[in-house]
Write a protein that binds this ligand. Structure first.
Ligand code: KG4
Ligand code: ZN
Length: 347
């Protein structure tokens, strides 16, 4: 079963061809790096307009790279839930057009479920049930995944998402957008390798709180306040140490809370996914903490951590195999909870 995946929920125009929900034949991501650089972040209206310019070429490139034509495609899966409304609409309109013109089944996919399937693509042996941490620019979700596509929300962020905290802190430190469209997260990750993660003791928000919720906006503010205090006192600003200490605080909270959830639910497997799961320190801290507790930890390969369409094709394939087809009345839902997706009508 060859599925064409389409992803336009934020600032990446992406198309991919995935066979049988597991073999990636092509995975094209056209970034809007030039626009991000110019405007210092995502401007929803401008991002949507750029999607309309890029979507046709991106789908064509995905077909070419895979050595396929539309005649070979058997279904179209598209991000239709969770994201910027105008951006989602471009992908859904493109997917509907192809579905209608070719008489192909259309499957609307929740963007976060796509991130969860990115880990399945990289680790076909990922067991159920498990605890899943999805950390990206738009989401911080701790989930109990009982079985395929069955999610119970354990906790979420009360303010900034983890990736958003990385992006805002990087922007403040003046290290935004190192070289590619991986946000400030990758810039902080790279700079942190030259820094001392114990140099500054930033707060670990919500660490001792009994819930599985997170909060990152206070942490970002304490970095800003410390930065300003040092300027006022005429002290040096060791950027690499600040970046590494900030990153360590985020990583600490994410690892401790996820493992606490795994412990409480008796889980022997943890899945970490989303753009922030590319973070090298997050990966090594999870590996060490999980090894100490005898818990297996799974990450997507680096190219599947950030937004892409292969993960959407894989999630769409799983739903199609269960007979869940959306139809041409598919609508976009910018804010859609992931929980209960298994019981909801995805039309
Ligand atoms: O999953 P994604 O592409 O988009 C959303 O669904 O939001 O995630 C993008 C986020 C950005 O906030 C970016 O800064 C972060 O992932 N990110 C990282 C790294 N690479 C990307 N954060 C920390 N370390 C990284 N290496
Ligand atoms: Zn995403």
């Amino acid at each position: 079963m060859l599925v064409l995946g389409i992803e336009t929920s934020c600032d990446e125009t992406a198309a991919a061809l995935v066979a049988d929900g597991k073999d990636i034949l092509s995975n094209i991501v056209a970034t809007q790096f030039d626009l991000l650089k110019k405007y210092g972040g995502v401007v929803p209206e401008i991002a949507a307009r750029r999607h309309t310019e890029l979507i046709g070429y991106t789908v064509e490139e995905a077909l070419d790279k895979a050595g396929k034509t539309l005649d070979d495609v058997e279904a179209v899966a598209v991000s239709s839930m969770q994201g910027l409304i105008g951006c989602l609409m471009v992908g859904v309109a493109a997917a509907k057009s192809i579905s209608y013109a070719r008489g192909l089944p259309l499957i609307g996919v929740h963007h976060v479920e796509g991130h969860i399937f990115a880990n399945r693509l990289s680790n076909p042996d990922l067991p159920f049930p498990h605890v899943c941490l999805t950390v990206s620019g738009g989401h911080t979700l701790l989930l109990y995944v009982k079985e395929e596509s069955s999610y119970e929300l354990l906790g979420t962020t009360l303010d900034d998402a983890a990736g958003e905290a990385f992006d805002k802190t990087a922007k403040f430190l003046g290290i935004l957008y190192a070289d590619r469209n991986t946000g400030g997260g990758r810039a902080i990750d790279e700079l942190s390798r030259k820094g001392d993660r114990l140099a500054f003791n930033f707060p670990r928000p919500m660490l001792r709180n009994k819930t599985y919720d997170f909060s990152f906006s206070g942490l970002k503010t304490s970095v800003i306040n410390m930065f300003k205090d040092r300027i006022a006192a005429g002290k040096k600003l060791p950027l690499a140490d600040i970046a590494a200490s900030f990153q360590e605080a985020v990583v600490d909270v994410l690892v401790v809370k996820t493992l606490r959830a795994a412990d409480e639910y008796g889980m022997k497997a943890v899945s970490v996914t989303g753009g922030v799961s590319a973070n090298s320190r997050l990966r090594s801290a999870f590996e060490d903490a999980c090894a100490a507790k005898g818990v297996a930890v799974y990450f997507p390969s680096l190219s599947l951590c950030t937004d892409n369409a292969a993960m959407i094709a894989a999630a769409g394939h799983a739903r199609l195999m269960r007979g869940e087809v959306s139809g041409l009345r598919l609508n976009v839902v910018p804010n859609s909870p992931l929980e209960g997706l298994d019981e909801r009508d995805i039309n």
